[in-house]
Design a protein around this ligand. Structure first.
Ligand code: AMP
Length: 282
């Protein structure tokens, strides 16, 4: 596996592969890799000739006071896992090469970024879109792989690709979960043993809400009430948001009469976890 640490190295590698006629897949990550990340890498390996994985804990998507400094970093085990899978290239930029001292340009999206996670993290998607656009420009992938775990992120990136006419196909893959339903996340490493048990409440509430919809419940308010009750019964849990939204506009639905996304963010102790379920509706 080729490891690129500079702008020049990643451009030389990926443009060389592209110019040789090979298709490139990119899986952008922040590292501390788990099976969710690896599912993206596997799919890229199956779909494209050359798979590039980036690991970059992107300072621009963390607000002051968030967990940038504490974010788990485990490069040794990450690169072993990628090597074992057969990834072709690991791009490991540092903040100073992505955002040199004179750096001044950010991607701001007018819609979609002020709701759900954007309501409590108002600068988050500006950082995400900026780094993703930079990665697209550096790697020039034919396909880029993202997880449904970050549902809003996938919608926001899809809109950027459309609005800016970016020549890349997005592939969004299902959420990979632990056996008890908890969505895999690098942040799960923050949880104590007790919190880890409590953390099941979010996926359980979403699962039960999905069952309510399947059994005929059409009122988003009733669904949010049921999820709220379930999560509030767990003492270490504090709700950031629970919502039933349209899959494309991310607007709150008045009634479930078609596809919908049940989405939530919940603090377990100090750890903020997100999860969602996509409902096909009828
Ligand atoms: P992160 O390292 O958290 O920025 O995530 C990198 C990519 O992996 C994003 O596209 C995430 O949506 C995706 N991802 C994270 N967790 C999961 C999961 N449990 N299942 C599927 N994809 C995931």
């Amino acid at each position: 596996m080729k490891v690129c640490r500079t702008i020049e190295e990643i451009i030389a590698f990926s443009h060389g592969e592209r110019d040789a006629g090979r298709t490139l897949g990119l899986a952008p990550t922040m590292g501390a890799l788990h099976d969710g990340h690896l599912s993206l890498v596997r799919k890229s390996l199956a779909d494209t000739d050359v798979t590039v994985v980036s690991i970059f804990v992107n300072p621009a998507q963390f607000a002051p006071g968030e967990d940038l400094a504490a974010y788990p970093r485990d490069l040794g085990s990450d690169s072993r896992a990628l090597e074992d899978l057969g990834a072709h290239c690991l791009f490991l930029p540092t903040p100073d090469i992505m955002y040199p001292p004179s750096y001044a340009t950010y991607v701001v999206q007018e819609e979609l970024t002020s709701v759900l996670c954007g309501a409590s993290r108002p600068t988050h998607f500006r950082g995400v879109l900026t780094v993703v656009l930079k990665l697209f420009n550096l790697v020039r992938p034919h396909r880029a792989y993202f997880g449904q775990k970050d549902y809003q992120q996938s919608v926001v990136i899809r809109r950027m690709v459309r609005d800016l006419n970016l020549p890349v196909d997005l592939v969004v893959l299902p959420i990979v979960r632990e056996e008890d339903g908890l969505a895999m996340s690098s942040r799960n490493r923050y949880l104590s043993a007790e919190e880890r048990k409590d953390a099941r409440c979010l996926s359980a509430a979403l699962r039960e809400a999905g069952a309510l919809v399947r059994n005929g419940e059409r009122s988003p308010a009733a669904i949010v009430r049921a999820m709220t009750r379930a999560i509030e019964s767990v003492p270490s849990a504090r709700i950031d948001y629970l919502a039933v939204v349209h899959p494309d506009t991310l607007r709150d639905l008045d009634e479930i009469d078609g596809p919908a996304v049940l989405a939530g963010a919940v603090y377990i102790g100090a750890t903020r976890l997100i999860d969602n379920v996509v409902i096909q509706g009828d």
